[in-house]
Design a protein around this ligand. Structure first.
Ligand SMILES: [Ca+2]
Ligand SMILES: [Ca+2]
Ligand SMILES: [Ca+2]
Length: 470
């Protein structure tokens, strides 16, 4: 019989043991007597335990057992298989669980107040302490939803108690008439072309558990044909075309990918273990993440999205002379972002802009720098200096001196206008000027009467030959 640990005069009559503060000791049908010294005291006292009683020590106490048995239970629970007869006369501490294996087995309990109780097999019985004396008790069972029967009994030593008749404890599910509490916010935002898993487990609460979660994905259509457009279990249909499906977990939703931008209302439903349903309308928004171009190197445009999203298709468009044209990537497929949200789009064709007249190539213009390279030398490049009303203009003139092409040099207020020894020393964006021998560039101050913050190209005699404005 090793389920109980106990102290006797033989084991602890002369060798004292320390009972820690807060521990409870129990006596059996024979009672017990101890001598003890509490922490901080010097005088040894004697205490007798009635039969089948218990005593909680409020301070650390050194005890010796003079007579009887004193039962000490371990803090942790143990599982033991015993013959019921071995339990005769033993104290039954709170949280004891008794499983009676077959229908012929039973245990009879006789209490110190003279009352008795019999537990019949087969069945599982748990001993719940109810705490202080009261006329009404509320007991929370740490047990799964099921029907429970109980006999209520007082085993307080001064209380004469008779067992109550068998009581049916209302299962938790019968007491629950409320749908799950939905604490999720009002909107679901999904980036276009992205698939997202929305885990709602932490946003749904119910004492009966959450059994089912679904979404009516179109509040204008009656998918299930019952006449109600706002009660359909669209996300539970594996073949749904609405782009919102049940995920692996009960309360997981897989949303997207969507290839269009939209905002619409959907209705989220949650059902608890007792069939109670609650719902909440949510606004589903499919939005475009914002790309940010960081560098242009050769024909490659690199940058990143404003959030970390992989596999997002990227298109870059060029606005030229009022026309928006897509920059064709080298591969026929769309360029997609890497897992970290960055992208690098290499444009097909490195020849830049080709200037033609009647099908004949006149010049090519570098995409990045704007440099004009004449192919037909009967044409020429001319510069129209900036004035207070118009920016510097670079023109391509035909042999007849007709303007075939022109480009304005505009500089934003934030961009640089700098003279540099060579272009290797240029950093940032803007216009960088590397004058050839005999020429120079003089930058104007903000208070200059002509072309403030602009500048002038000057010749060897320091004579201004062209102005550039900002
Ligand atoms: Ca509920
Ligand atoms: Ca319906
Ligand atoms: Ca619907």
């Amino acid at each position: 019989m090793n389920a109980y640990q106990y102290a006797t005069p033989e084991t602890n009559g002369t060798n004292p043991i320390i009972i820690a503060q807060g521990r409870t000791v129990y006596s059996d049908a024979g009672g017990a007597t101890i001598s003890y010294i509490r922490d901080g005291e010097t005088e040894e006292k004697t205490l007798s335990f009635d039969k089948n009683t218990n005593y909680e020590f409020l301070t650390n106490t050194k005890i010796r057992v003079k007579s009887g048995k004193l039962y000490l239970f371990k803090q942790s629970q143990e599982k033991k298989q015993l013959n019921a007869g071995d339990l005769y006369g033993m104290p039954v501490p709170p949280e004891t669980k008794v499983e009676l294996a077959d229908k012929n087995s039973f245990i009879g309990f006789a209490y110190h107040d003279g009352s008795t109780m019999r537990l019949d097999g087969p069945g599982t019985y748990e001993y719940y302490p109810l705490g202080k004396k009261s006329k009404e008790y509320t007991v929370s069972l740490a047990a799964p939803n099921d029907w429970y029967y109980a006999r209520l009994f007082s085993i307080d030593k001064n209380q004469s108690s008779t067992a109550a008749s068998l009581h049916l404890l209302s299962p938790q599910r019968e007491a629950d008439t409320e749908g799950p509490l939905i604490t999720y916010g009002d909107t679901i935002r999904v980036p276009v072309y992205q698939k997202q898993t929305l885990s709602l487990a932490t946003y749904l609460e119910d004492i009966s558990g959450v059994d089912k979660v679904w979404v009516d994905a179109d509040l204008t259509k009656d998918t299930d044909g019952d006449g109600d457009t706002k009660n359909d279990q669209d996300s539970l249909d594996p073949a749904t075309t609405y782009g919102i499906k049940k995920g692996n977990g009960v309360s997981d939703l897989i949303i997207g990918p969507f290839d269009t931008l939209f905002t619409k209302k959907v209705r989220l439903f949650a059902q608890d273990g007792n069939g109670n349903i609650s719902s909440k309308d949510l606004t589903l928004t499919v939005y475009p993440p914002v790309p940010d171009i960081k560098t242009l190197s050769g024909n490659t445009v690199s940058g990143s999205l404003n959030e970390v999203l992989g596999n997002e298709p990227i298109d870059v468009f060029r606005l030229r002379n009022g026309a928006l044209t897509r920059i064709e990537p080298t591969s026929s497929d769309s360029v997609k972002t890497a897992d970290n949200g960055t992208f690098a789009l290499t444009a097909k064709g490195a020849e830049g802009i080709v200037l033609t007249s009647s099908g004949k190539t006149i010049a090519t213009i570098d995409e990045r720098t704007g440099k004009i390279e004449l192919s037909d030398t009967s044409y020429q490049v001319a510069v129209v200096p900036a004035s207070s009303g118009s920016p510097l203009q670079i023109q391509v003139l035909s042999p007849e001196k007709k303007v075939t092409f022109s480009e304005n040099i505009n500089i934003s207020a934030a961009s640089s206008l700098e003279s540099v020894p060579d272009f290797d020393h240029a950093t940032g964006t803007g216009i960088f000027i590397a004058p050839t021998a005999g020429f120079s560039f003089a930058k104007n101050t903000a208070s200059s009467p002509n072309l403030p913050e602009g500048g002038y190209f000057t010749d060897a005699a320091h004579k201004a030959i062209a102005g550039i404005s900002k």
